[in-house]
Each structure stands twice: as structure tokens, then as C-alpha cells.
Write a protein that binds this ligand. Structure first.
Ligand code: DUC
Ligand code: ZN
Ligand code: ZN
Length: 472
């Protein structure tokens, strides 16, 4: 099966070119400059399928390197399965996810990973890989980190938040970082001071402050900045590469930027919710409505200017990646677990379907370039997490994961309009995008075209990963 994508503009982090893209089976086999006849065949006449991409952008499929399908959290589970979540991702132009397998204290890391393989196998519409959460750093889990690296799980998430659940203390973090510094793995850090936050939460509840907005107010920027600084220093001490996930406070990113300016091997990720949504407009919505936007790190104050600063940090590469931290919960019966007590609201927002569009809107609004859009949403995630070459690039030999994006199209985000995630509400209701995902190809299979889903569960394969290209 061959596909020729004709007349499009191919976008990469280094520029835009007019080129026709030839796909054979699961791979990209050629990029041909229009008018170049040196191949000696009329590709349009011989290809099985010809797609005219005139006036459209041809980009490598999106890579969402931070998702939580079916994550157990607060007595419930994230509402997207691998089947529903990867289908929604495909609708939005994402062709690879990296999800987090979970190990909790006292359990074997290998068992946590096996459980994640079990959830995903045969169910995904697009390709997938795993990071490993280490919820209990001990001798066994440290040993398991070596085993996992050899199997293609080359990044480990630790938590400075959620004491008693996923939390690691500084000694545990130090040991895991020493291990990563030896075996080349990337340490991913949830950087919030969870011990301080738990005190602030208890004090707020004791004062009768129970609404969703107090979720944000009890996780002030200082708790993110302090943890970010501590994580960077521990990484510096051990020589481990460090990637700080879901950054939302401008002060924390400022601390990261200062470390990067010193040449230290540290990176930051943010998510669309921290670029667009805010504590005042969303988390503080009347009644219990704000629960829709309870996530950690929390949405920040617009009056304090975090959102605009984060966009600037994306442009300057102080923030290197946009993922979603996709962790959806329904309002009914899930978010509602926290009526009368914000600390019981399951943490998470669903966005896997909208990331490519939402960051494209940043291109339209002049915040980042076309090239940077591709870099933030596909190429850097591939390079950061050992997928590059196969993913994150349109070049001969790469997997044929391709999105054709229409700058003249329009996307109205909303539950009744464009919603395929397994949720009963959209955190993005009413957002308008001046562009549209037109066609999505996953390893040579057209999975979205003509406003139809044409993929199927089980097409997506597990992709073992190499080491990060950002190791020094
Ligand atoms: N943050 C969330 O919002 N949800 C899941 C876990 C996390 O760290
Ligand atoms: Zn986290
Ligand atoms: Zn997360």
C-alpha cells in the first residue's frame, strides 16, 4: 500500500519546504521536490492513494509524552481507556503517546509495568510507549530501573508531592538520580513541595475553605518553585538528566531557565492548560464548577501573568516540550467525589485531543513559529525520550506518522462538536481554533480523514525507546 501526499508544505523544526511525501507500507520512503523527475516514475499515477495537500501543512504526527490512561487516583480511575484515549488522540493529530506505568510502594516495578502492558496491548489506535512511575524507591526498585532501561523504558517519574501515595523524600530522590546518572535514564519530576502543601490543605479545610479554588490557593507558586530548585540541585549533585513535568509557575520556570543558562542538563515541559486557563476564570468558577480544572500543578493566576510568561519561555526554549498530562475524570461521580472537600477532587484535565490545535493557535496569535510548533509537539518529545528517527520527523526511513493540517480550516472545541475523550464535559468548551486537523496517518494507515475515524483498536504498537538524545 503506497500513499503519495502531493503539493503540501512539509514543516520541520528547521524550516518549511514544498515536497511530496511518499509512503510505502508503514514507512516514509521519499520526499520529492515537485517537478523532480529523477525517480523516473510518475508517482501520482502509481501510488495506491493520492492525497492533495495543496495549501496545507504536512507535519510529523504529534507525540504526547505525558498521558495517564486509566490512572488510579483518589479512589477512582482516569476515565479514558487506552482505546478511547488513543482514538481521541488520533482525532487531534497525535500519533504517539507515552503513558506512565505505575509502581506503588511495596509493589514490584516489573508488576506495575506488566499491568500497563496488559491495559494497552491490543487496544490502542496509535503507537504507544511507557515511562515508569517509581512510587517507592528502595533497593528492589532501584535495581529494576536498570532492567527497564534495557527493555526500552528509559525515563522514570518521581513525585515530590502526594505524601503517602507517590511521594519520594530527598534521600530516595538522590538514590534514584544516582542510578539514572549511571544508566543514562531521564528523571522526570513532579516538582511540588507536597509536605508543605498537605499542611496548607489541612489548615484551609479547618477554616471551612472547601471550594475547588482552594486547591490552587493551597498549592502556591512558592511550593512549585522551591521543589523545582531542590530537584535541580539534586540533579546537579548526581549528574542525572532532569525533566520537570507540567510546569505552571513562571517563578519555577525562571529557576529552570537560570540553571539552563549555567549549562546544566535540565529541561521543562508545560501543558495547554497552563498557557490558556487560569485560577480566576476557571478554578474559581461559581459553585463546584471549578472542579473541572483541578489538576496538579494547579492553574495559576492570570493577574500574576504566568500564562504569558510561559508562552515566552516556550519561544526561548527554556520550556522545551508541550504535553497534556492528559488525566480525564467525569464531572458526575468522579470530580463530584470532592463536593464539600476540594482535596478529594481527582486531579486531572483531559486534553489529549486538543494539544496540536491549541498550540497551533499560538502560531496564529504570533506566540511561536510554525517550526517551533512542530518542535514542541513532536520533534523534541521524540528526541527527549529516545524515539527520534522513527518518530518526530518526516524523512525516508521514519514511520509514516503524518498529519496534514489545514490552516484554512476551523475547529470549534466543545462537547457537542469535537469531543472524543471519555468525559462528560470539556475543559476546553468554547475554544475556537483557526486551523483544523485534516488527515492523520499512523504507521501508514489513514486513521482520520474527511471528518471520519478510520483507524481501529489494536493498530497501535508498543514502541521500546532508546536513551534521550539530550544526554551529555
Ligand atoms: N497531576 C494531575 O493533575 N493528575 C495526575 C497526576 C498529577 O501529577
Ligand atoms: Zn505529576
Ligand atoms: Zn502526570
Amino acid at each position: 500500500m503506497t500513499i503519495l501526499i502531493k503539493n503540501g508544505t512539509v514543516v520541520s523544526p528547521t524550516g518549511r519546504t514544498q515536497a511530496d511525501v511518499l509512503v510505502d507500507g508503514e514507512k516514509i520512503v521519499a520526499l520529492v521536490t515537485p517537478g523532480d523527475t529523477s525517480l523516473g516514475v510518475d508517482l501520482a499515477a502509481t501510488a495506491d492513494t493520492v492525497i492533495d495537500a495543496a495549501g496545507k501543512y504536512v507535519i510529523p504526527g504529534g507525540i504526547d509524552c505525558h498521558t495517564h490512561m486509566e490512572l488510579p487516583f483518589g479512589g477512582t480511575f482516569a476515565s479514558d481507556t487506552f482505546e478511547t484515549g488513543t482514538r481521541a488522540a488520533a482525532w487531534g493529530g497525535t500519533t504517539t503517546i507515552i503513558d506512565f506505568a505505575v509502581q506503588v510502594q511495596g509493589a514490584r516495578v516489573q508488576d506495575g509495568l506488566a499491568a500497563w502492558h496488559e491495559k494497552a496491548r491490543g487496544n490502542c489506535a496509535i503507537d504507544y510507549a511507557f515511562h515508569q512511575i517509581i512510587g517507592g524507591v528502595d533497593d528492589d526498585s532501584l535495581k529494576a530501573m536498570d532492567e527497564l532501561v534495557a527493555e526500552g523504558i528509559t525515563s522514570f517519574k518521581l513525585f515530590m508531592a502526594y505524601p503517602g501515595v507517590f511521594y519520594s523524600d530527598d534521600g530516595q530522590i538522590l538514590k534514584a538520580m544516582q542510578k539514572a546518572s549511571d544508566n543514562g535514564a531521564m528523571i522526570m519530576m513532579h516538582a511540588e513541595n507536597g509536605i508543605a502543601i498537605d499542611v496548607l490543605v489541612a489548615q484551609a479545610l479547618a477554616r471551612g475553605e472547601t471550594d475547588p479554588v482552594y486547591h490552587g490557593l493551597t498549592r502556591p507558586w512558592e511550593t512549585e518553585e522551591e521543589a523545582t530548585h531542590r530537584a535541580i540541585m539534586l540533579a546537579r549533585l548526581t549528574g542525572a538528566p532532569l525533566y520537570i513535568v507540567h510546569m505552571s509557575a513562571k517563578q519555577a520556570v525562571g529557576t529552570l531557565a537560570a540553571a539552563r543558562n549555567e549549562g546544566w542538563n535540565v529541561f521543562g515541559e508545560t501543558c495547554p492548560q497552563y498557557l490558556y486557563l487560569s485560577l480566576e476564570e476557571n478554578l474559581a468558577a461559581p459553585g463546584f464548577e471549578g472542579a473541572k480544572w483541578v489538576c496538579s500543578t494547579p492553574l495559576r493566576s492570570r493577574a500574576e501573568g504566568h500564562q504569558d510568561e510561559l508562552w515566552k519561555y516556550l519561544a526561548t526554549n527554556d520550556l522545551s516540550v508541550v504535553s497534556t498530562d492528559h488525566c480525564p475524570f467525569c464531572f458526575k461521580e468522579q470530580k463530584e467525589l470532592g463536593v464539600g472537600n476540594f482535596s478529594k477532587i481527582p486531579n486531572g484535565i483531559g486534553s489529549v485531543e486538543h494539544r496540536m490545535d491549541l498550540i497551533y493557535q499560538g502560531v496564529v496569535e504570533g506566540r511561536v513559529s510554525f517550526e517551533r510548533w512542530v518542535e514542541l509537539c513532536s520533534t523534541t518529545p521524540a528526541r527527549m525520550f529516545g524515539l527520534y528517527g522513527r518518530k518526530g520527523v518526516i524523512a525516508p526511513g521514519a514511520d509514516a506518522d503524518i498529519v496534514i493540517y489545514d490552516p484554512d480550516g476551523h475547529t470549534s472545541i466543545g462537547l457537542e462538536k469535537t469531543h472524543h475523550m471519555n468525559m462528560d464535559h470539556s475543559a476546553w468548551e468554547g475554544y475556537e481554533i483557526d486551523g483544523k486537523v485534516d488527515t492523520v496517518i499512523s504507521r501508514g494507515l489513514i486513521v482520520v480523514a474527511d471528518d471520519e475515524f478510520r483507524g481501529h483498536a489494536g493498530h497501535g504498537q508498543y514502541i521500546p525507546r532508546g536513551l534521550s538524545q539530550y544526554l551529555i
